[in-house]
Ligand binder design. Structure first.
Ligand SMILES: Nc1ncnc2c1ncn2[C@@H]1O[C@H](COP(=O)(O)OP(=O)(O)OP(=O)(O)O)[C@@H](O)[C@H]1O
Length: 501
């Protein structure tokens, strides 16, 4: 009889036919030998050192049922039996180090599981559920919402299966089109990839790849991706052969839209907290709303950074506010996955200068083009440790914090002026505060002994020694600014009051 030891618990001399899922308690060892008819016939010679004894027979699993596990276990036993104590320790240290390396950011092991197991599974699942078979006639295209370098974004809707839209939409017949609007309940966002623009298709392919990757690794951080299709004929906005990407419509406004309103951040209060903040004074209310937005942005950044992805275009226009008060990241066209070097081209800056950190690039300019994916993945923990590419997004997050908290920085002109002054002060925010020409209103950041200001100075700064000198998402969430969780409490309370309504 044999028991597969739990890591720290015990060793057992054996006939490897059984594994035990729990460690043993020394004084009850003899019990093990008499567990079942099978076990009764095969008394074990066990030596246990610490741990708990299995309570019942169900806790033992016959190794015979797992031939692979059995042979692996036997090989492991044979291998370690011949080793000296020192060699065993060496082996353990090596295994420990390998484990730490493979699980360190950006996660070589989890990345390999994702690439070789989860991605094919997702593909299979999508084709079974029809997600990969989207087609032009599944959608109607509505208003244009924006235009980037490689695509034009429209609102739209999914056409219910029993409805043929071309026959029903008729210009000038308002009654009919309102009737149609009622039937088109599932709103979507459609991005039409520009045809004939150099690099547009490549960017779209990257964006699609990142959306699928995040839908597996951190789905709550970004807009739900529904898939893509190639237009099969030319009609209205569709051009035959043109590629389209489709997302669920997550909300009517981005953070940038909310910030344009003079009433910001109050205009976010009901969506974030419902009625919960009534009775709190105005400045504190503003501060709580901003803190909750920042907490959500940084939490999402932490999650995507954990997967090795750097967004590279964090700004209010790329943060959609959902009806339930969630902030979701959109627009992964400029993102890069530094675990495998996806969409990483040295020296390529794709970025919005108003939110871009002074270093301009996510990795030092001398970083070479990435090697083939498996090799890049193996080297990625070293590269990540040396360069902390995630700090690129953290600078942009700092600018978003400052813009939300300081009204004069919300306009494009105000932000541009701030950026040129900051550059002149060598990205030292404290110096900017001291010498800026227009005295800014920093009340919100100065609350609670200036915790908000302190966080801003630790996000908006140049990279220091060893390319650090800026807080990572993880460290930012541990900053005292977030420790007083009044915004969290209010958010939780508002969930309760929503569910009672
Ligand atoms: N899933 C979504 N739900 C709701 N609105 C969305 C969604 N995706 C995009 N939008 C809206 O469409 C706008 C443009 O989207 P996006 O930023 O992805 O396009 P883009 O072509 O890259 O534009 P730009 O380069 O100007 O940012 C966003 O600012 C947002 O208002």
């Amino acid at each position: 009889m044999a028991y597969l030891p739990s890591p720290s618990a015990f060793t057992i001399k054996h006939n490897p036919r059984f594994i035990c899922t729990r460690p043993l308690r020394p004084n009850s060892l003899h019990n093990l030998c008499f567990f079942t008819n099978r076990l009764k016939n095969h008394p074990a010679k066990c030596h246990a050192f610490f741990g708990n004894i299995p309570d019942a027979l169900e806790e033992t699993i016959p190794l015979d049922q797992f031939p692979l596990l059995r042979s692996g276990y036997m090989q492991f036993q044979n291998f370690t039996e011949d080793l000296s104590e020192a060699q065993k320790w060496g082996f353990l240290v090596f295994a420990g180090f390998t484990w730490i390396y493979l699980t360190a950011r950006p996660g070589v092991l989890i990345g390999a599981i994702d690439a070789y197991l989860l991605a094919p599974l997702q593909l299979g699942f999508n084709s079974l559920t029809g997600k990969t078979s989207l087609k032009r006639s599944d959608f109607v295209v509505g208003n244009k919402l924006g235009e980037g370098s490689f695509g034009v974004v429209y609102s739209g809707a999914i056409v219910p299966k029993n409805l043929i839209v071309e026959d029903k939409v008729q210009k000038g017949r308002r009654g009919k089109s309102m009737e149609l609007d009622k039937k088109l309940k599932d709103k979507v966002i459609l991005k039409k990839v520009k045809v004939g623009i150099q690099g547009a298709e490549e960017c779209a392919d990257f964006e699609e790849w990142f959306n699928y990757r995040l839908s597996r690794a951190a789905p709550e951080t970004c807009a739900e991706f529904l898939g893509s299709f190639i237009a099969d004929k030319t009609s209205s906005q569709f051009t035959k052969g043109g590629k389209w990407l489709v997302w669920k419509y997550e909300g009517d406004q981005s953070l940038a839209d909310y910030m344009k309103d003079r009433n910001f951040p109050f205009n976010l209060e009901s969506v974030m907290f419902g009625q919960v903040l009534q009775g709190v004074d105005t400045v504190k209310r503003n501060a709580l709303i901003i803190k909750q937005v920042m907490r959500q942005i940084i939490t999402s950044l932490k999650k995507i950074h954990d997967t090795g992805i750097v967004h590279r275009d964090v700004k209010p226009a790329n943060l959609v506010v959902t009806k339930r008060g969630q902030i979701k990241l959109i627009d992964f066209g400029a993102a890069t996955d530094l675990r495998i070097g996806k969409n990483y081209v040295p020296n390529r800056g794709l970025l919005d200068p108003d939110y871009c950190p002074p270093e301009l690039y996510v990795m030092p300019e001398e970083t070479p083009s990435p090697p083939p994916e498996p090799i890049a993945a193996l080297l990625s923990p070293i590269l990540w440790q040396l360069n902390s590419p995630d700090l690129f997004d953290m600078y942009s997050a700092g600018i978003v914090l400052l813009q939300m908290a300081v009204p004069t920085l919300r306009s494009t002109a105000g932000l541009k002026n701030f950026n040129s002054e900051l550059k002149a002060f060598k990205y030292d925010l404290n110096k900017w505060r001291e010498y800026t020409r227009r005295i800014p209103d920093l009340t919100i950041l100065d609350l609670d002994s200036g915790r908000g200001w302190d966080l801003a100075t630790k996000l908006i700064s140049e990279r220091g020694f060893l390319r650090r000198g800026r807080l990572s998402a993880d460290a930012a969430l541990r900053h005292p600014y977030f420790l007083l969780g009044g915004d969290q409490a209010a958010a939780v309370l508002s969930k309760f009051s929503f569910s009672r309504d």
